[in-house]
Design a binder for this molecule. Structure first.
Ligand code: COA
Length: 245
């Protein structure tokens, strides 16, 4: 990705309300129209709902620049899961950030989150004239079907479960406790893990959630990524250990 300023990826939080309000206010008319498929301004109730998300059925990854009082949103990608087969996604970038690879980076992260949360199909409606969105979606494997009205096109990505490694190897209770404690204190920590390509990776991040789904356990970290616990190598200096069988 070609960027002038460093970009950080993380999950959205309720305290991002002001950042989101500012981000939305600065969007060009064209960008806002493409996102909402209408010229309306989002209501306060929508802004609150878009930041204080329900993690059981929603995910939103933000790309930010700057730190502390200088932090700004550069883009947001989100989905809302009505059911695993009916999950609606949307993405929008600040005008200055378009066409620099950030849309692809955000949407790839959202798709990875959807996979581990058991979403089987992501779909979203876009204007049939929205060439950037149609091209980005096609590049990531979405199908595009023009709707009967011809003005809109439905983008769909099927997420078969086999992308996940088969058997989950549970971690030890002691290591699980370390993760729970870090998720409670929200302390920044060093996380070493094996990426999906098998290569070692490292993040300096906050553990935001520990959850289990369909017999496997996961953490959500502040980079916006979701990691299966048996991918972890060490967290906060504690070596990952598997449960005794
Ligand atoms: C649609 C949007 C998210 C794309 O993000 P982006 O960061 O501009 O796209 P990227 O730079 O990551 O480009 C990824 C791919 O998309 C395609 N693409 C992006 N912009 C394009 C454009 N203007 N023309 C043609 N293809 C384009 C290309 O295939 C590109 O791959 P390449 O760089 O190898 O050519 C962004 O333009 C945006 O926020 N638009 C306004 C809101 C919106 O339309 N939302 C969609 C409705 S849900």
């Amino acid at each position: 990705m070609e960027t002038a300023a460093p970009v950080t990826f993380r999950s959205i939080r309720a305290s991002d309300l002001e950042l989101l309000r500012e981000f939305v206010r600065k969007l060009s008319r064209d960008t806002a129209y493409r996102r909402l498929l209408s010229g309306r301004t989002p209501s306060e109730e929508e802004l609150v709902r878009w930041t204080a998300i329900d993690p059981a059925r929603e995910a939103a990854v933000v790309a930010t620049t700057g730190r502390g009082p200088d932090e700004r949103l550069a883009g947001v990608a989100r989905y809302v899961m009505e059911s695993p087969d009916d999950t609606d996604f949307a993405i929008v970038l600040a005008d200055a950030w378009q066409r620099r690879g950030l849309g692809r980076a955000l949407l790839e992260r959202l798709v990875a989150m959807a996979r581990v949360h058991g979403v089987r199909r992501l779909s979203g409606l876009t204007l049939s004239t929205n060439i950037p969105m149609l091209s980005l979606a096609r590049a990531l494997g979405f199908r595009a079907r023009r709707q009967a009205d011809a003005f809109t096109t439905m983008l769909t990505l099927d997420l078969p479960g086999e992308a996940m490694p088969a058997a989950y190897h549970p971690v030890s209770c002691e290591f699980h406790d370390v993760l729970e404690a870090l998720a409670t204190t929200r302390r920044r920590t060093q996380i070493r893990f094996n990426g999906s390509d098998g290569l070692p990776q490292q993040r300096d991040a906050v553990i935001q959630d520990v959850f289990s789904r369909e017999g496997a356990e996961y953490i959500v970290i502040s980079s916006g990524e979701t990691l299966r616990l048996d991918q972890l190598v060490a967290v906060d200096g504690a070596q990952a250990a598997q449960a005794a069988r």
